[in-house]
Design a protein around this ligand. Structure first.
Ligand code: FES
Length: 647
């Protein structure tokens, strides 16, 4: 008779085990991650699993609760003291007695105060770099003069198999007190990012410490976003965001680099500004969730190369010009205390690798999240900011480049452009007959031709047009025949509509005529043409490298990607032709990638390897860039067809 077959869900891993093997052990052997803080003593409750009942014909398994041992003493004790939901078992006590399908739930949350936030529910398989290990340490003995710390290390080796542990210096003065406070029972936080690296004891708590947290953070040049996750359950329990305070030193990236070049203490000032903002966010997520900041033991950061350097206290001057040398491109391991973050003394920091001088750790994180390197389909990933970061490929080959789009897409360089804030026009429709516009304004919950608009707009004002609004208004002007394929505003329409007005030697379109008058000028159209041509030329170069004429999927990342309507992006020819259903905003891809790296160190290795393999293309050095650029000045393009738009 064969040994029972055990199938773990959702990973699908399976194997045969002798009757009587405990389920936690079986999971371990198959590499299925099941948390355990108490090391199988039946006190932490972290190892909960669920037995699925029924026949699973596909696998030839009939799984039933009777195929598991009955509640043992440990489990009874736990279930009496703490709640064990119906159907849940402690995998450290339950043993295999027949074929089983075991569900490893993602929501084992034993601290009832921590409420799940609905924000991001994407489940991430866990294998964190931090492990919480409860141990009972031998009491001191005059006949065996071994130090308290040394006996703690022995216990960690005996119960958890950690040998050769490094101990953080900051713990040494406190070890004796913590051991006595816990009456020789303590929980050690062990950090081990790479399996080949020596494990490090980074924090120590008296008794059973059944929680540990981590933060994942995307440092954008405009906004900084932070997520607080439980490392033991994988749940995101609080999120917060703030404007990047470096904006006062320069709106866009290049002006921040110039600031550093012109002010001797400029880098330090900007580094301090971002550290202070991060500490503010830490306070905020902790206040929201009731988590103590010293229980945050791991932190992952992503950002574009300049944000990356400034966060690490590195002068970004070299990134300001060719050859755009990064101080460090590989992943960075550091300490939160060295970066002035108000967390635990031992908290570790991991920063994802940068892809190239203009394609940063944020693009790496977005790549990790969207996974072009895991798919057969060719995926284009675009993050549009002052510089567009572009990644293109599939499991066979991935190429990346950046393109100098300038800040037009963010509303800069546009006469009526402004940040996406209250009062900004964000959606536009133009009637092709009358050439009259309808619009939506941020902070007003009605279209401009609906009742209620006027009263609300009175309060917010109509103050400018934000990035997504600019794309829409120019695309709509094109669709209504106000601008030609070459991007020229047709002055002959002035006879038909008062919206078209003469403006020096060219014409403008009056979008809003209220207290303020907002017009789209010929120069505005040019600025968008230049920006979109640069973006498209970069994409085309990568398509040339891949030798493809068509992409299967497009992901628009970043803040811009979350607001832009894919249809309008294609009408203007920002991105190549693609099935519109396969063009998606992946707004928070970088943040999700950061969370993946936080919760699973396997993802860190995955992105490190992927980034090493990505071929980097320097657009400035490519002879065909200029040709693609010129063709892409037309709307949507002089040579490339957009059949999907015709549908
Ligand atoms: Fe702690 Fe099972 S491992 S209760």
């Amino acid at each position: 008779e064969k040994d029972p077959l055990v199938l773990f869900m959702p990973s699908g891993r399976r194997g045969r085990f002798e009757k009587g093997t405990n389920i936690l052990e079986a999971a371990r052997q198959l590499g299925v991650y099941v948390e355990s803080v108490c090391g199988g003593r039946g006190i932490c409750g972290r190892c909960q699993i669920e037995i699925q009942e029924g026949s699973f014909a596909k696998h030839g398994i009939t799984s039933a609760n009777e195929h598991v041992s009955a509640f043992g003493a440990k489990e009874k004790r736990y279930a009496e003291k703490r709640e064990l939901k119906d159907g849940r078992r402690l995998s450290c006590s339950a043993t295999i007695e027949g074929d089983l399908v075991v569900d490893v739930p993602q929501d084992v949350q034993v601290n009832a105060q921590i409420v799940r936030k609905a924000a991001d529910t994407r489940l991430i398989e866990r294998n964190p770099a931090i492990q919480m290990c409860y141990v009972e340490v031998d009491e001191p003995d005059m006949h065996k003069p071994l130090g308290d710390l040394d006996r703690l290390k022995l216990a960690l080796e005996r119960d958890w198999g950690f040998s050769d542990i490094i101990v953080d210096q900051h713990l040494l003065p406190r070890v004796q007190k913590i051991l006595r406070e816990g009456e020789w029972a303590v929980t050690a936080a062990i950090h081990q990012d790479m399996e080949t690296a020596r494990p490090a004891l980074i924090a120590l708590y008296p008794g059973l410490k059944n929680e540990a947290y981590g933060i994942a953070c995307d440092i954008g040049s405009t906004t900084i976003a932070m997520h607080l996750s439980s490392l033991l359950s994988g749940l995101t329990i609080a999120s917060a965001g703030v404007s990047n305070p470096q904006i006062r030193f320069g709106e866009d990236l290049m002006s921040r680099v110039s600031y550093v070049m012109m002010h001797p203490d400029g880098q330090e000032a900007m580094t301090n500004a971002v550290h202070n903002a991060l500490n503010g966010l830490i306070e905020e997520v902790c206040a929201e969730s009731g988590v103590d900041p010293t229980d945050i033991l791991d932190a992952v950061f992503v950002g574009n190369p300049i944000m990356h350097h400034l966060f690490l206290g590195i002068d970004p001057t070299e990134l300001g010009g060719a050859p755009f040398a990064l101080a460090v491109s590989g992943a960075v391991h550091s300490w939160a205390s060295d970066l002035n973050l108000a967390l635990n003394h031992g908290t570790r920091v991991y920063m994802l690798p940068c892809i190239a001088g203009h394609v940063g750790a944020d693009a790496a994180a977005a790549t990790l999240c969207e996974g072009p390197h895991r798919q057969d389909e060719i995926m284009l990933l675009v993050d549009v900011g002052t510089n567009a970061e572009i990644v293109l490929g599939n499991r066979e080959r991935v190429v990346a480049a950046s393109s100098p789009t300038g800040p037009a897409f963010e509303g800069a360089e546009i006469s009526c452009g402004q940040r996406a804030a209250s009062g900004a026009i964000e959606r536009v429709r133009i009637d092709p007959q009358t050439l009259e516009p309808r619009m939506r304004v941020i902070g007003v919950d009605a279209w401009s031709d609906e009742p209620g608009f006027a009263a609300q707009a009175e309060k917010t004002g109509v103050t400018g047009v934000c990035g997504s609004g600019i794309i829409e208004v120019i695309a709509e002007m094109f669709l209504a025949g106000i601008i030609s394929e070459d991007g020229v505003i047709d002055g002959s329409l002035a006879d038909r509509s008062g919206r078209i007005i003469k403006d020096g030697r060219t014409f403008s379109y009056v979008l809003w005529d209220g207290d303020t008058r907002l017009t789209i000028t010929q120069n505005d159209v040019r600025a968008i043409q230049l920006a979109k041509a640069a973006l498209y030329a970069g994409i085309k170069l990568l398509m040339d490298k891949q030798d493809i004429a068509h992409v299967d999927r497009i992901g628009l990342a970043g803040a811009f990607g979350s607001f832009i309507d894919p249809k309008y992006a294609m009408v203007l020819g920002l991105v190549p032709d693609c099935d519109l259903d396969k063009v998606k905003s992946v707004g928070n891809a970088a943040g999700t990638g950061a969370r993946m790296a936080l919760l699973n160190r396997g993802y860190r290795r995955e992105i490190e390897e992927t980034v090493t393999a990505i071929e980097k293309i320097e657009t400035a050095l490519e002879p065909k860039f200029q040709e693609h650029f010129v063709n892409a000045m037309a709307l949507p393009n002089k040579v490339d067809a957009f059949p999907e738009l015709a549908r």
